[in-house]
Design a protein around this ligand. Structure first.
Ligand code: AMP
Length: 127
């Protein structure tokens, strides 16, 4: 099934400069900015500049240059944010994709969370 990208999503608006963001770093293919509703002392969102709906879409259709830039930018950022495993306490990456994960914004993004003990990987949900 082809991926359908909604260019009215909030991250598309950020990328167009229609709404502001607190940028941490910007590269040729990637933008990182602070989450507006931080869940930890460090809560940064890393997004590709390309129009990808979710991680599946990005992995399937992004160019090698986009994937390399995204991965290296994210990896370098953890040290810059002071949460690298070696000396910074560590971090968690989250890429909510689709309904079960309650993905709110349909533009591929990875959350970097850190700066405090993050607890179990999943909250126990009522089944
Ligand atoms: P997700 O549930 O993985 O789609 O997460 C979307 C995230 O985007 C949430 O953590 C929101 O707090 C965050 N968010 C929504 N709008 C903005 C915005 N304008 N600037 C920064 N973060 C935002």
């Amino acid at each position: 099934m082809p991926y359908e990208y909604d260019d009215q999503n909030v991250f598309a608006k950020i990328l167009r400069g229609d709404i502001p963001n607190k940028t941490v770093v910007e590269t040729e293919h990637t933008l990182a900015f602070h989450d507006i509703n931080a869940q930890a002392p460090v809560h940064v969102l890393v997004i590709p500049k390309g129009a990808y709906v979710n991680y599946d879409h990005f992995g399937a259709e992004a160019t090698a240059a986009e994937i390399t830039d995204f991965t290296r930018t994210l990896a370098k950022l953890t040290a810059d944010l002071g949460v690298a495993p070696d000396g910074g306490g560590g971090y968690r990456l989250i890429a909510n994709s689709g309904e079960a994960a309650i993905q709110e914004v349909p533009h591929m993004h990875v959350h970097i969370l850190g700066g405090r003990p993050l607890g179990a990987i999943l909250a126990r949900a009522a089944s």
